[in-house]
Write a new protein. Structure first.
Length: 421
């Protein structure tokens, strides 16, 4: 390291001090007021204006000084032994310092690795949560769309109610779904003794609904299952039982005695059934529990098992109330049977009628549609199905129905659909 001698005025304050080239200006600032003059005597490397690189800061211990001179450096001398001990202490401190620094670096690396791993895990969790949320939302939307009245009406063309009857007595129903695209036929056989809620007639044997007409029977089955059956076919009881025994629906169209299908629709149904292999036909009896009341035997449908069949074959879950709008229909016009007729209209449009009864008065001039759960759009859909109705929203915490309809004198039921013999 090169040294320069300070100016005379600077030497006057500290005559015996020498300055290194890298520290000359600092010495003058601290030792005397001759900083400007001292800068003239610095080395050429400082005259260019650039300071030399400062030594790296280190936490390692400083090395001990080494003795000089012949006597001082002799092995047996006291100074040499002291220097040797100092060197050993220095080496131990140096090793300890380096080990600590290495351990600290390892901890830093491990900490960075753990922090990176945690960040990656959090990102993956967020992605998984987002994907799961979107999947559930998509499935829910798909299920709601599949169970909506409009979508059910589109798929109602695949649904046919086969009625096994003799005269005015129905001995059983077969709720069919003819899946032409999937080349499959599914069916649930409903015994005539099943105890269901018949719109306009209350709870009774579903076989009794046929006496009011095939449309009423179809509405009763549709309302209970939550699947619209707008098409129906009446066949002899023997043909109905034969179809269940043989697991085949080939002879139903040819043996029909009454139907609301057009000849073209009957031809389409015949062609569709003939293209489906018998192994793809599944006709099962409705799960019921027999109940003996006096001399009469009734059958209580098992909702959970039926729900499994509906979900598997029709893709709907009747236990979810938000998939089908529930409606209670009141007769506020005083005309006998008007509430039942309105209920059948709603059922054919995909709504679920919970109950039909008389209103508190028969003096309602205008049909009212009161929304208890949901928004006005839900009530407007009911009013559109009926053709009349003033919609209002009156929220309620009771989970009994979604919409209440009070039939007024302005309601005109549609003309009854006649069958073809």
């Amino acid at each position: 390291m090169r040294c320069v001698r300070p100016p005379a005025r600077c030497r006057s304050t500290s005559s015996s001090r020498w300055l290194t080239s890298s520290r000359s200006s600092t010495w003058c600032e601290r030792a005397s007021p001759c900083t400007r003059r001292a800068s003239r005597y610095t080395t050429p490397s400082l005259q260019g204006g650039a300071m030399p690189d400062a030594p790296r800061r280190t936490k390692l211990p400083a090395a001990p000084s080494t003795p000089t001179g012949y006597r001082q450096t002799r092995r047996g001398s006291k100074a040499a032994r002291t220097a040797e001990k100092a060197e050993k202490r220095y080496q131990r401190k140096l090793a300890t310092a380096r080990a600590g620094r290495g351990f600290r670096n390892v901890l830093i690396i491990i900490g960075q690795f753990i922090a990176g791993a945690i960040a990656i895990v959090l990102v993956l969790l967020l992605l998984a949560t987002a994907v799961n949320t979107y999947t559930r939302w998509s499935l829910q939307r798909r299920a709601e769309k599949a169970a909506s009245p409009s979508e059910q009406q589109k798929r109602a063309k695949e649904n046919i109610l086969v009625i096994g009857a003799e005269g005015d007595d129905a001995n059983g129903y077969l709720a069919l779904r003819v899946d032409s695209k999937g080349k499959q036929v599914f069916g649930i056989a409903i015994p005539d003794g099943a105890f269901l809620d018949v719109p306009g007639q209350g709870f009774e044997r579903v076989g009794e609904a046929y006496k009011a007409g095939p449309d009423v029977a179809a509405s009763a089955v549709s309302n209970y299952l939550g699947v619209p059956f707008n098409s129906w076919v009446v066949v002899p009881t023997a043909v109905y039982k034969d179809a269940l025994t043989k697991q085949s629906v080939l002879g139903i169209v040819e043996a029909q005695t009454n139907t609301n299908l057009t000849p073209e629709q009957l031809d389409d149904l015949t062609r569709s059934v003939k293209t489906i292999a018998q192994k793809n036909v599944a006709l099962v009896p409705m799960p019921v529990k027999p109940i003996k009341l006096g001399e009469q035997t009734y059958f209580e449908p098992q909702r959970q098992q039926i729900a499994d069949l509906l979900k598997s074959w029709w893709g709907i879950d009747p236990q979810k109330a938000d998939q089908a709008t529930r409606v209670i229909v009141y007769n506020g016009a005083g005309k006998p049977g008007i509430a039942g007729e309105a209920a059948q209209v709603l059922i054919r449009r995909g709504f679920r009628v919970v109950d039909t009864k008389n209103a508190d008065s028969f003096k309602y001039k205008t049909t009212r549609v009161v929304v208890r759960r949901g928004n006005a759009a839900r009530g407007q859909a009911v009013a559109d199905a009926l053709g009349v109705g003033k919609v209002s929203v009156e929220p309620s915490d009771e989970d009994v129905t979604d919409v209440i309809v009070i039939i007024g004198k302005d309601y005109r039921p549609p003309a009854a659909e006649g069958g073809t013999q």
